[in-house]
Design a protein around this ligand. Structure first.
Ligand code: FES
Ligand code: FES
Length: 160
């Protein structure tokens, strides 16, 4: 039973896993009771399970938990709180960019990385950054608007 140490949403996690090939999503959902990353397809096809691993968006449904050893994982829960939402979360709220919210880990985290690297991003570039992220509720247009709103926050120099 190998031991595993990593950080999740800024907190140290020291645990053991029976199978180092177990998907990272299983650790996050079942052991750490995080509900942000979702199981959608389980095949790296939809993006509902997206988390950042050392600042890079990954599909946690197909990422072996051993890949996260020593790493820093961020889920959408780690962005902000209900009382104090992160500016990215506030932008999604302001644009009402979620219906059921099941898919949001993908557009929020791929969008976060894209916008923070490219604050002067265009609408077409945002659409390209969200390519391959599925939303059954068809709120893609509002997600793009939310990320345009977030880009304006980043450009303003506000702390994000
Ligand atoms: S559940 Fe991981 S990409 Fe769909
Ligand atoms: S908001 Fe429902 S799946 Fe995207």
């Amino acid at each position: 039973m190998p031991s595993l140490s990593l950080r999740v949403n800024g907190k140290p996690v020291d645990t053991t896993v029976d199978d180092p090939d177990m998907p990272l999503l299983n650790l996050l959902q079942h052991d750490l009771e995080l509900n942000g990353p979702k199981f959608g397809c389980g095949l790296a096809q939809c993006g509902a399970c997206t988390v950042l691993l050392d600042g890079v968006p990954i599909r946690s449904c197909t990422t072996p938990v051993s890949d996260a050893a020593g790493g820093e994982v961020l889920t959408i829960e780690g962005l902000g709180t209900m009382r104090n939402p992160h500016p990215l979360q506030q932008a999604f709220i302001d644009e009402q960019a979620a219906q059921c919210g099941y898919c949001l880990s993908g557009p929020m985290l791929y969008g976060k990385v894209h916008v923070e690297r490219n604050p002067n991003t265009t609408r077409d570039e945002i659409i390209a950054a969200l390519d391959g992220l599925l939303c059954r509720c068809h709120t893609h247009y509002r997600m793009v608007k939310a990320l345009e709103r977030y880009a304006a926050v980043v450009r303003s120099g506000a702390k994000v």
